[in-house]
Design a binder for this molecule. Structure first.
Ligand SMILES: C[C@](O)(CO)[C@H](O)COP(=O)(O)OP(=O)(O)OC[C@H]1O[C@@H](n2ccc(N)nc2=O)[C@H](O)[C@@H]1O
Ligand SMILES: Nc1ncnc2c1ncn2[C@@H]1O[C@H](COP(=O)(O)OP(=O)(O)OP(=O)(O)O)[C@@H](O)[C@H]1O
Length: 284
């Protein structure tokens, strides 16, 4: 038997850090939404008790470091599943980009194995399992648009963004999420983006207000480490994006555009100096 799952990328429309917690994680307030750029997973049942990961992408781990492997092992152990699975990952989301590619693969694995092995695990329990794998995984289990608090695992669904285009550009640099959080000084953040304001903009379907409400306190850290991310933001704005922000801990920058007529100009302009550029729709 085979199951197929799509694993979409996320962007953070706003991300605020409130304080560092005793467990080393940071208390955050974020609004995340999915975009129409997705990995594809094919999950095939194996009679023997093993987990096999394969992918056309040569640049991701295929062993127990792969988040899809970890998700499969977790669900197998927790529910005493004897059979195995072969998971083929058709990677389309850029890796280590701030787009939660690995987290979304893990979430899609939890959803897919729940169906493949007919486990009947309720969504909330899948999210709790997801939280053991990473802070972004619970959101990726359900997707949509949500306010995420705690370390990112406490979710409140909110209205999807109005129809818009999202242009994503990933510069060829590596950013460590742990390092970026490690450099944040919550007490020194000058301007905190407002979750309430973004939530109201989304509920009202007000595209301009969504653009005005964009904010990510991790930007300051990543931009200092990698000035090319700032240059990419400026280029996107110059080319006509209505709103521009870095996603997660970076380095991907996204631009929001309401008019389709602007998309080709921005896409082509960025392709001149950035190899990984995507123009997609927000998922609603
Ligand atoms: C930057 C975001 O992607 C925005 O959505 C998330 O906050 C991070 O999500 P993630 O990559 O799933 O993060 P995890 O794999 O759970 O954690 C990676 C590292 O980031 C730091 N981390 C992560 C989340 C959080 N709320 N506080 C943290 O300090 C921790 O040092 C942790 O060791
Ligand atoms: N299924 C997977 N897909 C991509 N990367 C994976 C996967 N499993 C493990 N990894 C490893 O995880 C690391 C982060 O990759 P990923 O694409 O998930 O980052 P990200 O988009 O920055 O995630 P986030 O936004 O959740 O911080 C990479 O170094 C990669 O080797």
């Amino acid at each position: 038997m085979k199951m197929y799952e799509k694993a979409p990328a996320k962007i953070n429309l706003m991300l605020d850090v409130l304080h560092k917690r005793a467990d080393g994680f940071h208390e955050v307030e974020m609004i995340m939404t999915m975009v129409d750029l997705a990995d594809r997973l094919e999950l095939s049942e194996l009679k023997r008790d093993s987990i096999i990961i394969s992918s056309q992408a040569g640049y991701i781990p295929l062993d127990e470091k792969n988040l899809a492997f970890q998700a499969a092992r977790l669900i197998k152990d927790r529910y005493n599943v004897r059979s195995g699975v072969h998971i083929h990952l058709d990677k389309r989301i850029p890796v280590a980009a701030g787009l939660a590619g690995g987290s979304s693969d893990a979430a899609a694995t939890l959803r897919g194995l729940n169906r493949l092995w007919r486990l009947g695990i309720p969504v909330q329990e899948l999210q709790e399992l997801g939280a053991e794998l990473g802070s972004d995984v619970p959101f990726c289990v359900t997707g949509g648009t949500a306010l995420a608090t705690g370390r990112g695992e406490r979710l409140t669904p909110i209205a999807n963004p109005p129809q818009m285009w999202v242009i994503l550009a990933k510069p060829p640099i590596n950013v460590s999420t742990a390092e970026v959080y490690g450099r944040v000084r919550a007490g020194n953040i000058a301007v905190h983006p407002s979750a309430l304001r973004m939530q109201q903009a989304l509920e009202a379907g007000d595209f301009s207000a969504v653009c005005e409400g964009l904010g990510n306190v991790l930007e300051d850290v990543t931009l200092k480490l990698h000035p090319e991310v700032q240059q990419l933001k400026e280029a996107m704005l110059k080319l006509g994006a209505d709103g521009v922000l870095m996603s997660g801990s970076g380095p991907t920058v996204f631009g929001l555009v309401s008019k389709h007529s602007k998309v080709a100009r921005i896409y082509n302009g960025l392709r001149g100096f950035c190899k990984e550029v995507y123009a997609v729709r927000s998922l609603s």
